[in-house]
Ligand binder design. Structure first.
Ligand code: SF4
Length: 61
């Protein structure tokens, strides 16, 4: 999930991983999927670490 209160819409995540993140109409990033596919898990974690505002949180089931 992406915390809308922390996201600044900097687009780092959407540029690094467009498969999982897109910019919403209000310039807040939103995930493109509810559940990260196994083949994109590593990329999801790397992109979450890339967010300098710590707005991306990945939860395990
Ligand atoms: S990298 Fe973080 S702050 Fe930037 S758009 Fe993505 S979630 Fe928002």
């Amino acid at each position: 999930m992406i915390d809308p209160d922390l996201c600044t819409g900097c687009e780092d995540c959407t540029e690094a991983c467009p498969s999982l993140f897109k910019l919403g109409s209000d310039w807040i990033a939103v995930p493109t999927v509810d559940t990260v596919p196994p083949e994109l898990e590593t990329e999801a974690v790397k992109t979450a670490e890339l967010c300098q505002f710590e707005a991306i949180r990945i939860e395990n089931d």
